[in-house]
Design a protein around this ligand. Sequence first.
Ligand code: NAI
Ligand code: MG
Length: 484
Amino acid sequence: MSSPRFPYAPAPESRAIVNLRPSYGLFIAGEFVDPVDGGQFKTESPSSQEVLAEVSSAGPGDVDRAVKAARHAYENVWGPMPGRERAKYLFRVARVIQERSRELAVLESLDNGKPIKESRDVDVPLAAAHFFYHAGWADKLAYAGYGPDPRPLGVAGQVIPWNFPLLMAAWKLAPALAAGNTCVLKPAETTPLSALLLAEILQQAELPPGVVNIVTGAGQTGAAVVNHPGIDKVAFTGSTEVGKLIQRSLAGTGKRLTLELGGKAANIVFDDAPLSQAVEGIVNGIFFNQGHVCCAGSRLLVQEPIAEGVVEALQRRLGTLRLGDPLDKNTDIGAINSPQQLAKIRELAAAGEAEGAQRWSPACALPERGYWFPPTLFTGVAPAQRIAREEIFGPVLSVLTFRTPEEALEKANNTTYGLSAGVWTEKGSRILYMASRLKAGVVWANTFNRFDPASPFGGYRESGFGREGGRQGLAAYLRGAFDA
Ligand code: NAI
Ligand code: MG
């Protein structure tokens, strides 16, 4: 089959707008400082393996400084400040994110490997939207339904992953700050740069020192943050494995905890669905951000009579996806974020073949340097196979079939996770029937991967607990009328 891709000349976004420093300190009490008991590590671009910068790794003493700076700012500045004043800072941060959006998008694509059209059109605008939205809440907390005078919790310790580095920072910081808490944020070790640029933006917005502190480093730094006795609330997004570890270590400490963990979402397509639209939704559901998405539609459940046609249409569509330079505006699929993640995807894909599913990828040349995985479909997948149960977190779709809505529900809910699901059908009544029976925090109907700061997001079961976004997301950062 000859490639159906149109020939395009390369259209890379210029890197000139990004001013990379050779090395970065920790952001503590409003300043970039050298670590006192940490070290240095390098962050590379996963699409070229080029080292982008040296970044500081915070040791326990650095984390302690950050927590003390946050406590000081909480007690003396941010906690006592009226909500209407906090709102001004949050609006300012949102506006500077918009002003510097191209810089943020290019940096995010460099450090993470995601296509520029996604960082430009999704990550950065949504990050700004989270600050705008929560700025609006800061002076209206008394009307949020948590009692007439809900109080902040204190210092929040927040640990985030590498799949949406800037956006996850915004999801964590904006509600915490709106509610009057101060923060110690730990970005992921493979993608620290956009959070450090956000630190510069916070300086530009003249956020008072210590209100947000950013400590880079790996898992040990994250553990030092969540286990520090000066932390009142922990918010974690990442693997279920680390989430369980954190929950165990926090038991009995009185710290508040929210966890946003993995997923294995079912995207369910009925035979009366608008098919071209569904195919786009399936592709977006699993190939957006290389499938590095906790709510990715990684299990396609398609009704038997249309299964063959849907798989053919998917194969045609996947043949048009362009994989390559994340900074090229035509790129659909970027680089896999790290060699560790690539190894995990390869291992699970090999397990799929070994367990008897049929593997397919379009003709697709992979660049020589960097970490890449082609868009991949598995058909003939049985529910017991690893590729139907385990989170792959890569551009790999497992296709299963069903006959009745009850069978679809049984298969969709047959997972240890419960973060998201999708339903494609013409019938409104069927959407409601399915949505009320799917054990998932978010159910999309005739769309997928839609996000809005006003809409709460979060999981059931091993996908975690607590909600982020919306009025519900504020609860995680407030001491309400019902608290002792
Ligand atoms: P991870 O859970 O190890 O890393 C997430 C964050 O937690 C990073 O900032 C990391 O430095 C930090 N961390 C690691 N160990 C910690 C500890 N003991 N205490 C506190 N913080 C700690 O995830 P990883 O290793 O990057 O990815 C493994 C798998 O997890 C992926 O293949 C994917 O399946 C899943 N994952 C899910 C995410 C989601 O959005 N739900 C995000 C990232 C990974
Ligand atoms: Mg890990």
